[in-house]
Design a protein around this ligand. Structure first.
Ligand code: ADP
Ligand code: MG
Length: 226
């Protein structure tokens, strides 16, 4: 059981005029099995929030605590491990390596601890089967459709069995029906693996597929159907 606590989070970006306060006292707690969609218009701070939770950015004030450990206070080595093992990221742009096969792409996070082991390869193949790409493991990303590429990215996010899945506009580049399928897949895998799933989106429709929703507005998080 993992507990994610976001406490008094504030993020201020310097800007030529007034400093830009993007997050202002954001607080919530989630545990394994919870999933939530964070809605908000473009520029409302959704990516900033996700990046701070995932250890890619630092808050100006406040903290992110995962299983009692404060992410912003982790030494570099531990932070790398946190990003690699505890967090699985899915981005709007799949960020796949074009020269690598689908299977190699899924195994990329395993390279952080040396070369992938047979167990890793078996799990990668099982995940690719699960996301419907069993017959595509030797293909390269350029030979896949947008939806298929995003399925590879989802398999890659899950390869280390992370406790936290952070998806930033994961269907932003897909048409409505493909986007809905990808969102549905994220939900199913979340239910199977009992992690914490946070999906950031500006789409009400996608948020509806995810379930529980909150809205980022003027730096603050407002919970909707809880
Ligand atoms: P969203 O993901 O909701 O579209 P972002 O978190 O990307 O929003 O950005 C929120 C606001 O912060 C935007 O106005 C953006 O221009 C600004 N911003 C994001 N990153 C930086 C940065 N590194 N420096 C200055 N301003 C930034
Ligand atoms: Mg964004």
């Amino acid at each position: 059981m993992t507990v994610l606590a976001v406490q008094g989070l504030k993020k201020v970006y310097p800007s030529p005029g007034q400093p830009l306060c993007v997050l202002n006292n954001v607080e919530f707690e989630l545990r394994s099995g919870d999933r939530v969609a964070i809605l908000g218009p473009s520029g409302s701070g959704k990516s900033t929030l996700l990046n701070i939770i995932g250890g890619l950015d630092q808050p100006t004030e406040g903290r992110v605590v995962v299983d009692g450990q404060v992410v912003s206070e982790m030494p570099e080595r531990e932070l790398s491990r946190y990003r690699n093992r505890t967090v699985g990221f899915v981005f709007q742009d799949h960020h796949l390596l074009p020269q690598c096969t689908v299977l190699e792409n899924v195994l990329v996070p395993c390279l952080a601890s040396g070369s992938p082991q047979q167990d890793d390869v078996n799990w990668a193949l099982a995940l690719l089967d699960r996301v419907g790409l069993k017959d595509r493991v030797w293909h390269r990303p350029g030979e896949l459709s947008g939806g298929e590429r995003q399925r590879v990215a989802i398999a890659r996010a899950l390869i280390r069995r992370p406790a936290l899945i952070l998806a930033d506009e994961p269907t932003g580049n897909l048409d409505r029906s493909t986007g809905e399928q990808v969102a549905q897949l994220l939900v199913e895998l979340h239910q199977e693996q009992n992690n914490i799933l946070i999906v950031v989106t500006h789409s009400e429709h996608l948020a509806g597929v995810i379930g529980k929703q909150c809205r980022l507005e003027n730096g603050q998080l407002r919970w909707e159907n809880v």
